[in-house]
Design a protein around this ligand. Structure first.
Ligand SMILES: Cc1cc2nc3c(=O)[nH]c(=O)nc-3n(C[C@H](O)[C@H](O)[C@H](O)COP(=O)(O)OP(=O)(O)OC[C@H]3O[C@@H](n4cnc5c(N)ncnc54)[C@H](O)[C@@H]3O)c2cc1C
Length: 389
């Protein structure tokens, strides 16, 4: 059988990781994006390599995915990661009382944690609020978002994948037999309209997945759930700093090279393309960050920005929606052949999202190739632009 041709829409973490997985399994892959690599949500995240600790009490499914993938990414994507670990701090008595619940959740999800007393914490992180009562050390980390996506994309490209940035999907055409016939793209450099054919089209457009699915006449219940991030001009800690409580607003500080990024909020919108920065939320982030690292009050804000998570609708509000992912098989669900959607999840879980999607693609083509993305370190992110690097 000839190599099946796969068209991936979306060049964020998910689309890039999927391109890598599918090329390793021997498919012929093209990735299109209306912008550059990482021009969607993937270019605007904190860059927190989750250990799963944040979700270990209220969202154990996502927590287990995170710790498993955290361990794999440390091995295959070490070029993009700071192995700096994280702290979950008890600053109030209420947070201290949460200690045993958190410990039980982490143990259940297989996340290695270690209690540190106040003296130990302050000796390692002198800028932390001296009122701190103690905290857990966890295997969080910081990653460089662009490098992570480029490492997957470069590894895919080195194995034959074609990337077409600035190619926007305008419409998806279905033939009489209920399968995707072709899609129409606009080359945004030239304005030219292009008819693109493939044996399988995969919708990896994150928060836009519902809109792309609509073009094919099917429903994907994804809710764009934005969050604000505030970048400060100074690196205030080496650890990723969290609050020892259920996930809330403004409870994370991530060191990103010379900066500190504070996040975040979580609410729902209809249009992922229009998310103005809410100054009230920026103030809330700053106030909450000061509770963790008081000296941040004297540091200049470099930027504040928003982006939208792709969360799968389950009928609850954005903060309580699971951070897990879902592969939608539109043939089984809607009788539409040649079309799959992958959405939800986290940057941290992009590799396994790709694995599960590629497994389904293999099933559709009776293609007996198993996932190899856990086995090799990714090529240098630099090879995306320069294959000699
Ligand atoms: C505020 C915030 C902070 C976060 N922080 C973290 C974190 O610290 N750690 C972590 O693990 N996760 C984090 N996440 C989650 C993570 O960023 C997302 O899950 C991830 O970026 C989604 O990647 P994706 O590739 O699925 O989607 P995207 O990166 O959004 O990619 C989708 C792509 O589809 C393209 N597209 C859309 N429409 C079209 C069209 N018509 N034609 C062609 N292309 C199209 C877009 O341009 C985009 O590039 C955060 C999310 C938010 C909102």
């Amino acid at each position: 059988m000839d190599k099946p041709t796969i068209l991936i829409i979306g060049a964020g973490f998910t689309g890039c990781a999927l391109a890598y997985d599918l090329t390793l399994r021997g498919f012929s892959v093209t990735v299109v994006d209306r912008g550059e690599i990482c021009s969607g949500t993937s270019g605007r995240t904190h860059g927190l390599l989750h250990s799963g600790s944040r979700y270990c009490v209220n969202d154990p499914e996502a927590a287990v995915e995170c710790i498993e993938e955290n361990t794999i990414l440390r091995r295959i994507a070490r070029q993009c990661i700071e192995f700096n670990n994280g702290l979950f701090l008890a600053i109030s008595e209420e947070e201290l009382a949460y200690k045993e619940t958190f410990k039980a959740g982490a143990e259940k999800c297989g996340i290695p944690i270690r209690w540190m007393d106040k003296k130990d914490i302050l000796s390692r992180e002198p800028a932390i609020n001296p009122q701190v009562l103690g905290g857990f050390e966890v295997p969080d980390g910081s990653f460089d978002p662009l490098r992570l996506a480029l490492a997957f994309a470069g590894s895919a490209r080195n194995r034959g994948a074609i990337f077409l940035p600035f190619h926007q999907v305008e419409s998806i055409h279905i033939d009489g037999r209920s399968s995707v016939d072709f899609i129409i793209l606009t080359d945004r450099h030239t304005g030219r309209s292009i008819e693109q054919h493939a044996d399988m089209v995969i919708n990896a457009t994150g928060a836009w997945a519902g809109k792309i699915a609509e073009m094919a006449g099917v429903n994907v219940p994804v809710i764009p759930s934005p969050g604000v991030m505030v970048a400060f001009e100074k690196r205030m800690s080496n650890y990723v700093v969290n609050r020892l409580s259920l996930p809330g607003d403004g409870d994370i500080i991530i060191p990103q090279r010379r900066m500190s990024v504070i996040g975040t909020t979580s609410f729902e919108v209809n249009d992922a393309d229009y998310i103005p920065v809410d100054q009230g939320m920026v103030k809330e982030m700053v106030d909450r960050a000061i509770e963790m690292i008081p000296a941040i009050a004297r540091v200049k804000i470099r930027a504040s920005y928003m982006s939208a998570r792709p969360l799968i609708q389950t009928g609850t509000n954005a903060r309580s929606l699971s951070r897990t992912f879902k592969v939608f098989d539109h043939e089984t669900d809607h009788g539409l052949k040649g079309f799959i959607t992958i959405t939800g999840g986290k940057a941290t879980t992009c590799r396994v999202m790709a694995e599960k999607t590629a497994d389904l693609v293999c099933e559709k083509f009776a293609w007996r190739k198993t996932c190899q993305t856990k086995d090799f370190e990714l090529d240098s992110y630099r090879t995306f632009y320069n294959r000699q690097a």
